[in-house]
Design a protein around this ligand. Structure first.
Ligand SMILES: *Cc1c(COP(=O)(O)O)cnc(C)c1O
Length: 412
């Protein structure tokens, strides 16, 4: 459920006409719906209301400060994977004790930054990292609270680039090494193990891999108790999928219900790290058709947004629904919708049927609120797009379009 809909053939973001937004702020532009963000967060969070839990939004899905602030106001904690994301979360007003820090490559300076802030816990991904955190904490005279990211070796049945919980992935520690890590953690002077963590992948469209992982973690929890390590938190990561095309992912309430059953009587506080399911369908990207071009085998729509603006189609072969901002009655044609970047992999969609489109017309790329702007780059020296938040009739420029001067601001 989202708040981008057609009214008399014209696309609206909440109460605002998208084509007027594009006229005023230019293209390409990311447009987010505040009501959708709030609604998705509340729907997700309340799905786990039978459990003692904390919902930590995954900052890498959409890290715009205004978005984070909006979610923090709804009670969200945050899951961060870098010092930069931690900086953003704190700046957006998120309480440090609602922040968890994941990622395989935390540097000493980032660990220090997190200890200074007083985050809830580090999700530790290697033995070497555990030692590093202990060293930094010792230097600072602090105790670092940690969980070990356990790789439960389950197949999330998603794209290989976004599956993270299998043996071949770089993330976390396998079960046996995890046990060793907890034993070590219990011995280290400036480490306190307080949780277990896993995150098995992204865009999951079934809850069974989550439950399979949960089962393995609960067995592991028993082994921890046997060696007198008592923890309070169970972090199950993110990964719940959304509908880009025809996927029918489970509603969070289905996941919540299943968790509540499996965790009845288990004295652990659950942490969830949703990203895509909150942000994905809360944003669109609007782009203008610059040229049309045909050859004997293809019709191309050359648009002003490229893989530097939205890389998911190029990187993962992802599907994004694309529609006209103003509907027309023309006959359908098959198009490759491509950007201006000098790469053959620069496309938003291939072999897509659309009513015939003319240059100067606008297209909306749907489901672009997660891993859209956050993955944008300046490749081909293209200034990054603006980010707008629509809230009812109100428009907030959450990030202004970059200028050419911005492109070279840090260069000699
Ligand atoms: C990316 C990530 C998430 C969020 O994943 P979604 O699929 O967007 O829900 C959560 N936790 C960790 C550790 C991540 O790396």
């Amino acid at each position: 459920m989202h708040h981008f809909e057609y009214r008399n053939g014209k696309l609206f973001a909440e109460e605002v006409n998208v084509s007027e937004l594009a006229k005023q702020y230019g293209t390409p532009a990311y447009i987010y719906s505040a009501a959708t963000f709030r609604r998705h967060f509340q729907a997700f969070d309340s799905a786990f209301s039978d459990l003692d839990h904390l919902t930590c939004f995954s900052v890498k899905a959409n890290s715009n400060l205004s978005v984070l602030k909006m979610l923090a106001e709804q009670g969200a904690g945050m899951d961060v994977v870098s010092g930069g994301e931690l900086f953003r979360a704190l700046k957006a007003g998120v309480a440090a004790d609602k922040i968890v820090y994941s990622g395989v490559g935390k540097r000493a300076a980032e660990i220090k930054q997190a200890l200074e802030a007083g985050i809830l816990m580090f999700n530790v991904e290697s033995i070497a990292e555990l030692h590093k955190i202990n060293d930094v904490a010792e230097e600072m005279g602090k105790i670092a609270k940690i969980s070990i990211r356990i790789n439960p070796d389950v197949d999330p049945q998603t794209h290989p680039y976004i599956s993270t919980g299998m043996k071949k992935n770089k993330f976390g520690l396998d079960i046996e090494h995890s046990l060793e890590a907890y034993k070590l953690a219990a011995k280290l002077s400036h480490i306190e193990p307080i949780g277990m963590d896993c995150h098995i992948g992204s865009q999951l469209t079934s809850i069974s891999p989550f439950l399979e992982a949960l089962e393995k973690l609960l067995k592991f929890y028993e082994r921890l108790k046997e060696i007198n390590i008592s923890i309070q938190y169970l972090d199950l990561g993110g990964g719940l999928g959304i509908s880009y095309e025809e996927e029918e992912p489970p509603h969070p309430s289905e996941f919540g219900k299943a968790l509540a059953e499996k965790l009845a009587g288990v004295p652990l506080k659950v942490i969830l790290e949703p990203g895509r399911v909150i942000a994905g369908n809360a944003g669109i990207m609007v782009t203008e058709v610059i040229y049309t071009k045909s050859n004997p085998t293809k019709n191309f729509l050359i648009v002003d947004a490229g893989m530097n603006d939205l890389i998911r189609p190029s990187l993962y072969g992802s599907y994004h629904r694309i529609g006209e901002v103003e509907k027309n009655e023309r006959e359908t044609k098959e198009y490759d919708i491509v950007g201006p970047i000098c790469e053959s992999g620069d496309f938003l969609a291939r072999e897509r049927d659309l009513p015939e489109v003319h240059d100067g017309e606008l297209l909306a790329v749907f489901s672009a609120g997660a891993y859209g702007f956050t993955m944008a780059s300046n490749y081909n020296s293209r200034p990054r797009a603006c980010e707008l938040i629509v809230d009812g009739e109100t428009i907030l420029v959450a990030r202004k379009r970059e200028s050419y001067e911005d492109l070279v601001a840090n260069e000699l």
